[in-house]
Design a protein around this ligand. Structure first.
Ligand SMILES: [Mg+2]
Length: 306
């Protein structure tokens, strides 16, 4: 929203009202218009505007019903809706607020009131969007955080269980990270985390694959619908890509550069198991990879292990 005009969608069955709104907003906004609830919904889906100005009284589909449809759709539910209405009794306002609108503007529309309210709600929308994304992103590396991973794991677990598909999870740890911090200092350690995170992320191609920072120098990779063989080759790609970065770590035992140990667990999710057990199994394999010399992958197929 910083490099483009905020997009406003105005829905009103009376074209003259849309003209009034257009005049009031002027050129500071990118205005789209629709003359029915139905065409408004289609336009909202297609262009996901930043704010919707919605007439209450319309034939066929009125403002209340249009608002309900917007809120029921994941694509449009976070777009703030302002009712533009001639009915401004407390009862009407209550009904509108219950329907989920954020504000009311009375007809006839006063241009400066309209502009001021639109600006206020655009600012709030921008802040809400930022909060939503910050809550799921790791501040240092910019990749998904633990909370995002936990949510994705829960939903992929259910999806793979329904479809009888395997779910692979890799727990990834930077070898001798403490020595790197001690030798080169924490700023270098932080840069290393950022570089490793982006190298790991660059290895993932499919939209459902996820890499997250789980804490400290530990990352988790979630690979839904991936068999053991595929998961292992992906893990090898992750391991190799970080070794190829050639980030110096003189104190490390496995190689003089930053390397990864990876523990992998694969399972076809069932009610007999929990996502936590998959994480714990991957963690056990990570321990095994550390114990047997680091810069390597250990794995377990929980389906085979019964
Ligand atoms: Mg009307």
């Amino acid at each position: 929203m910083t490099d483009r005009l905020p997009m406003i969608l105005a829905i009103d069955d009376t074209p003259a009202n849309l003209l009034t709104i257009g005049k009031a907003l002027g050129s500071a906004f990118d205005l789209q218009v629709a003359t029915s609830g139905l065409t408004g919904l289609a336009l909202a889906m297609e262009s996901t505007p930043d704010l919707i100005l919605l007439d209450v009284m319309m034939p066929d589909m009125d403002g209340y019903e249009t608002c309900r449809c917007l809120l029921a759709n994941p694509v449009t539910r976070d777009i703030p809706v302002i009712f533009i209405t001639a009915q401004n009794s407390p009862d009407d306002e209550t009904q509108g607020l219950e329907a989920g609108v954020v504000d009311f503007i009375s007809k006839p529309v006063n241009p400066s009131v309209l502009r001021a309210r639109v600006r206020t709600h655009l600012t709030m929308k921008r802040m809400a969007d930022q909060l939503r994304s910050m809550a799921l992103i790791d501040g240092l590396t910019g990749i998904a955080n633990r909370r995002c991973l936990d949510e994705a794991l829960a939903s992929e677990w259910r999806a793979c269980q329904r479809a009888c598909l395997p779910l692979a999870l890799a727990m990834i740890d930077i070898d001798h990270f403490k020595r790197l911090n001690d030798t080169y200092g924490h700023p270098v350690g932080d840069t290393c985390l950022v570089t490793v995170a982006s190298a790991l992320k660059a290895c993932l191609g499919r939209s459902h694959d996820l890499i997250a920072r789980y804490g400290g120098e530990e990352f988790l990779c979630l690979l839904p619908g991936t068999e053991l063989a595929g998961a292992l080759s992906k893990a090898e790609e992750l391991r190799q890509s970080v070794q190829d970065l050639g980030i110096p770590n003189e104190g490390a035992s496995a190689a003089p550069v930053v390397t990864l140990s990876i523990g992998m667990a694969v399972v076809i999710p069932s009610a007999a198991m929990t996502p936590r057990q998959l994480v714990d199994s991957a963690d056990g394999q990570l321990y095994e990879a550390k114990r047997t010399g680091r810069n390597r992958i250990c794995c377990i197929d929980l389906h085979q292990a019964g």
